[in-house]
Design a protein around this ligand. Sequence first.
Ligand SMILES: [Zn+2]
Length: 61
Amino acid sequence: MLGQPWYHDEKGGKKMEEMVGRCDTCGKTIYCLDGFLNGVHTDSGSLQCFQCYEADTKKEN
Ligand SMILES: [Zn+2]
């Protein structure tokens, strides 16, 4: 697993924010927020943000 998890104490609760890596296409940082990844691990093993992933998916179809 890439990156170190760290924890934020916020009003009334804890929030986990883990840096997973960077988008292979645009270099945007991909985080895992409370278990939700704001990007996609592609079949080829790279990491992409949703915008780049969707753009690639549209290209292929
Ligand atoms: Zn991207």
